[in-house]
Design a protein around this ligand. Structure first.
Ligand code: ZN
Length: 67
């Protein structure tokens, strides 16, 4: 299974990305949040990695289908 990162947008939507861009310019200035296109908002949102241990299996499975 492809390794994916589950992230949560500023509106609380969960989705997944193939690799979290940790090495962007300005890393460290904004903490772990990055501007990513949320498939549910349909626009760029600031998103942070979600902790899989606090998500239910259903939430994880759903997030992993949303790219
Ligand atoms: Zn969203």
């Amino acid at each position: 299974m492809e390794r994916r990162t589950v992230v949560r947008c500023a509106e609380g939507h969960l989705f997944s990305i193939s690799a979290f861009p940790m090495r962007n310019l300005g890393a460290g200035r904004l903490g772990p949040q990055r501007l990513l296109r949320c498939p549910q908002c349909g626009r760029l949102r600031s998103a942070v990695p979600a902790d899989p241990s606090v998500l239910s299996e259903g939430q994880l499975a759903r997030a992993l289908r949303l790219v």
